[in-house]
Design a protein around this ligand. Structure first.
Ligand SMILES: Cc1ncc(COP(=O)(O)O)c(C=O)c1O
Length: 347
């Protein structure tokens, strides 16, 4: 492995900042299963305030937050509708089926965005042969769709139709702040349209651990025992929540820098002959890149980059994913463009 490593596999590789480590060291703590951890309570209030919801619940992972949301909105035997490459459907171990007991209607989106028409077309009328549809899940930004950000207008249009059909709407907002920063809007421009939202502080916001499930007081009251059932009742969790507070208070605006480096990387790679960069209408910090020359595929691209210290994740069969984050500098981006050009010239 070369000396220089540029780790573009995910923004989850970001390490806590010094301010986070200090806040963690001096966090006031209590037993959060009794609701007595003041730092967890502070983080939950802060998240609810930033997202304009009545309440929030600190959970160890985004996967657990999404699973609690599925359980809180539905009953076993219900149906949920979701974009076909969404994390909650594609990457969460089938929890919707094995834990929540749900039937699923996957729907193809445009750049990960579900339209009201597509959802309407997938909804089947009441019939005793069909599981009753109960919930629609959206993802913003959409990880598998190259970090595609929804506009608040797109979400509003979908929400109107979903609610008119009597269904609930959950947003997997693991990277919701990335979307809000890309479009220069308040996250509440999105969250006002949904019944629940999950956000992660552990991704580009650089906290070591944690996500928040946010919604009405009644929804969160239902989610608390569900988190316990899933094994997510933590004790002196203020130690990690302290970093989450720093993340929400001081790490959101800097995401613009990650978007800028992603744009530079996309432009530099796309200018190389034989490289295609998949770009959604509103890009953020995720690129999906393909070498179109004959003989290239995901595996070859990931290993050719790896040999030069550039770490990526395969998106089979042909592409690889690159994610910018706090540890990726402008010089790292220049380096990746340069070595990719050399690699293709030598191939
Ligand atoms: C869009 C999205 N949702 C949910 C998750 C799950 O988060 P976690 O890894 O904390 O379970 C991820 C993780 O990468 C994600 O990208």
């Amino acid at each position: 492995m070369p000396d220089r490593i540029v780790d573009l596999r995910s923004d989850t590789v970001t390490r806590p900042t010094e301010a986070m480590r200090e806040a963690m060291a001096r966090a006031e703590v209590g037993d959060d299963v009794y609701g007595e951890d003041p730092t967890v309570n502070q983080l939950q209030e802060l998240a609810a305030d930033r997202l304009g919801t009545e309440a929030a619940l600190f959970v160890p992972t985004g996967t657990m937050g999404n699973t609690c949301a599925l359980l809180a909105h539905t009953r076993p035997g219900d149906e949920f509708l979701v974009e076909e490459s969404a994390h909650i459907y594609y990457w969460e171990c089938g929890n919707y089926a094995t834990i929540a007991g749900l039937a699923v209607r996957p729907i193809r989106g445009e750049h990960g965005i579900l339209t009201a028409e597509a959802v309407e077309a997938a909804l089947r009328g009441p019939n005793l042969h069909f599981p009753p549809p109960r919930l629609v899940c959206v993802e913003n930004t959409h990880n598998n769709a190259a970090g595609s950000a929804w506009t608040p207008e797109q979400l509003a249009a979908l929400a109107t139709r979903v609610h008119a059909r009597g269904l609930a709407l959950h947003m997997d907002g693991a990277r919701l702040f990335h979307a809000a920063v890309a479009l220069g809007v308040d996250p509440r421009a999105y969250t006002q349209h949904v019944d629940s939202v999950m956000i992660c502080v552990s991704k580009g916001l650089s906290a070591p651990v944690g996500s928040l499930l946010c919604g009405t007081r009644a929804f969160i009251d239902r989610a608390v025992p569900l988190r316990k059932r899933l094994g997510g009742g933590m004790r002196q969790a203020g130690i990690i929540a302290a970093a989450g507070i720093v993340a929400l208070e001081s790490m959101v605006e800097r995401l613009a820098e990650d978007h800028l480096q992603a744009r530079r990387l996309a432009a530099g790679l796309a200018a190389l002959p034989g490289v295609a960069v998949r770009q959604p209408p509103v890009p953020t910090n995720i690129l999906v890149v393909e070498v179109t020359a004959p003989g290239w595929n995901s595996e070859r691209l990931v290993s050719a980059w790896r040999a030069m210290g550039v770490l990526s994740n395969a998106r089979p069969p042909l592409a690889a994913r690159l994610v910018t984050h706090r540890h990726i500098s402008a010089a790292d981006v220049d380096y990746v463009i340069e070595v990719t050009g050399n690699m293709l010239a030598a191939a």
